[in-house]
Design a protein. Sequence first.
Length: 160
Amino acid sequence: MTNYREILRLSCLGLNKAQIAGACGCSRTTVIKVLNIAAAQGLSYPLPYGMSDKQLADTLFPANAAKPEYKMPDYEYVAHEMQKSGVTLNLLWLEYCEQCRNNKELPYQLTQFKKYYRDYNAKNSATMHLEHKPGEIMQVDWAGDTTHIIDTDTGEPIPV
């Protein structure tokens, strides 16, 4: 754990931030952050009588700092939209981000969006395992727009 008391003491003695970081075994950016927060809170060395290291840490970095509230997407809607042709999770994520920006809410990043969608699907979608010997049957899964083949005799396209 970073020794905030020592950082403030060494700063009071006139050491520069790099020297304080070396003496305390922390990064220079940590020293800068601690000194800036202490200055903003009016803390300097010597500290008030009876202030423990725990109280100092809680004063500098309160534990009850508000965590950001992310808007949870409507995954029922996402799953329904994914059934449509040409719709991707990236498109639905962009739509979700736009809705969040319009409502001044914080959206999840794409990776979290996809993780929660996978979790939703694991709970709500039914799957079936097909038992067969390898090479015995062939199964084809067509995704997206359908195609057609050309009848060589008539030249007419036949949808498949």
